[in-house]
Write a protein that binds this ligand. Structure first.
Ligand SMILES: [Ca+2]
Ligand SMILES: [Ca+2]
Ligand SMILES: [Ca+2]
Length: 172
């Protein structure tokens, strides 16, 4: 059984992913969610990065949709079916799209200033982002690697700790 904290986090993510707010998530919601995200970061729909993101959307839906009836998934099913497999095969890829966007100098790592400038678009204060950065940079070397990022996604989705480092993350 999911704890209250887990249930609340999953419901929040569900709400973000149910782009058209009809109470279920389907493939189009996932595509819309990623399209909206890319446009927020001014990434052109015909760029290689956007095409890669859309391939990821398809992969995410294949995994997520298999938990529902194949065409849509309800909130109840979604909250109950969150597990390691879904995290590894849907949420890590989804947040990897986010990683690539935040890593604006494309060196394969996220610096504090990259994270601050990305998340300020979402209205987060620089102080909050810096605090999250410190928690996500586990080895304190001044950069968030992909491994550290993935770990934050796992903790956001599977940990019942409300202060787990990934709590600033999105469904992307
Ligand atoms: Ca929907
Ligand atoms: Ca970078
Ligand atoms: Ca690090």
């Amino acid at each position: 059984m999911a704890t209250d904290v887990e249930t609340r986090k999953r419901e929040e993510i569900f709400t973000k992913l149910d782009t058209n707010r009809d109470g279920t998530i389907d493939e189009n919601d996932i595509r819309e969610h990623i399209t909206h995200f890319l446009s927020k970061y001014n990434i052109s729909a015909d760029s290689p990065q956007a095409r890669k993101a859309m391939d990821t959307a398809k992969q995410i839906w294949q995994k997520l949709g298999s938990r529902g009836d194949g065409s849509a998934i309800t909130k109840e099913t979604y909250v109950q079916s969150m597990d390691q497999d879904l995290v590894e095969n849907a949420y890590i890829p989804l947040n990897s799209v986010f990683f690539d966007v935040v890593d604006s100098d494309h060196d394969g790592k996220i610096s504090e200033s990259e994270l601050v400038s990305a998340l300020q678009r979402d209205g987060l204060s620089a102080d909050n982002v810096r605090e999250a950065f410190q928690r996500m940079d586990r080895d304190k070397d001044g950069d968030i690697t992909r491994q550290e990022w993935d770990q934050a996604v796992r903790e956001m989705l599977l940990s019942s700790d409300p202060n787990a480092p990934g709590s600033i993350m999105l469904g992307a």
